[in-house]
Every structure is written in structure tokens, then in C-alpha cells.
Design a protein around this ligand. Sequence first.
Ligand code: PBG
Ligand code: ZN
Length: 277
Amino acid sequence: MPGVFQTSPDELLKDAETAAEAGVGGIILFGIPEKKDATGTEGWASDGAVQQAIRLLKKELPQMVVISDVCMCEYTDHGHCGILENGEVVNDASLELLSRVALSHAEAGADVVAPSDMMDGRVGAIRSALDANGFDNTPILSYAAKYASGYYGPFREAAESAPKSGDRKGYQMDSANSDEAMREVFADIEEGADAVMVKPAGPYLDVISRVKAETGYPVAAYQVSGEYAMICAAAERGWIDRERIMMESLIGIRRAGADFILTYFALDAARALRNSN
Ligand code: PBG
Ligand code: ZN
């Protein structure tokens, strides 16, 4: 994707400083391990890339809110968001490992942990693990309404996390259904989520609006890699005005009810907003 790179913790600090200067309030981290295995062991390594990056960022740039993405798919050799048994994702056995990942991020100093795996019961499991280890004050931003989407393609390539077999339809939401998404959202809130996310954002504005209206909770919307890539590609061809469409897409998400937005445009949008003020 244009403008998107895999980075190391020290380079990341420079990018984060640039973002902070532009007025970006927070960043989210995804890790790519040196070695992948069946259970995603590197996901909870205390010296893993994400854990190192969190420690460095919180030390050098404490005002930047650091959110850590909690999942297995970047760390497992099969690329699924939980562990497999006979080729099937096993929900409950995955919860313990996801809890370890979240705890290792909290120990490194993450301000917010954000489980994106979509296993049932993960918010409750992570909440218990955090509380039992003295991290009662670490909030959980749950990817609550996360759809099985074609818009994740560029991310999976960048994070080397596409599933090797099958797809994620067993645990991610069906794009034709918003009632199912609402049930997931309420289940996550019941289990202790502090804020809930809708993902992707642009094609699911009705879901953002429903989640905000029906829960009153802080709602995040994630404008994903495919949404970003399409805008960039069309702009590169001269078919649309990049900055104008960037802002229009973000304003639409905001208008639908998102309290905050995760977007690959964060730096550009922060700069554009500053200039327009
Ligand atoms: C999976 C995960 C996904 C993204 C981030 N973490 C989706 C997926 O591969 O199913 C996609 C983000 C993007 O497209 O920007 N835990
Ligand atoms: Zn995943």
C-alpha cells in the first residue's frame, strides 16, 4: 500500500513523533514475528516486536495513546486468529492464549488492549486475566462488530497474515447482517468492553450508527486497508481528489456516530485539519 511500511521499534518512534507533532492522539500496533508457529508463541513474548515498541513509545513519548492489537493471526503459521484442531479453530482453547497476549502488552505498558480475533468470550477472558494481574485500569477496546470482509486484503499482505486454508467466516460477521453484529457488541459490553469497534467503516455506516444509538458506548470505527487503498489508487490515477475524498470519507464515518476513527490517513488528516483551522 502506498505510504505503508513494516517498521522496527526505533523507526516507529520517529514516525510516532511526527504523528504527535501533527496532532494525532494515538496509534495502534500490529506485530510481525520472526518465526510463526502453530500456537503463535511470539505473540506473548516479553521481548516481541510489539512489546518492545510499547515500552519504547511509553518511555519516549508518554502523551501518545498506545493501543495494541491483540490477535493470533500474525503469529500463527496457519494464519488463523485462534488455534486449530483438525483444521478447525477451537474457540475456548484460544482464549487462554489471547489472554497471555493481552497481558504481555499491558505489562509492557499499553494504554489500551484491542482484541481483534472475534473468538466468543475473549473480552471476559482478557478482562479476568488483566484484573488478576493488577491491570484493572487497562481498558479493552473490543473489535466487536468485525465483518468477514474483502477490504482486509492489503493488510493481510502487509502483515503476512492471510489464512493458509479456509477463511474467517466462522468467527467474523456476515456482511448481510447487522442484528448479529449487535448481539456481538452487547456480548462484549456485558463481558467488560470499555469501547466497541465497527470494522470496516465506510461500507458499514449503518452499523456504526446502530451501535452508537443502541449502546451509548464509545464507538470506534476502523477505516481498513482496502478502503484506504481504493482512495489512494483512484487518486493516483487522477480520477478523484485525494484530500477531498479522504476528508469526505472520514466525515461520513464521524457523522454516522463514530467517536474516534482508526485510519491509515491519520497523519494526512491531522495535517489537513490543522491547516483548515
Ligand atoms: C485480524 C486483523 C484484520 C485486520 C487487522 N487485524 C483483519 C483480518 O485479517 O481478518 C485488518 C485491518 C485492515 O485491513 O486494515 N486480526
Ligand atoms: Zn486475527
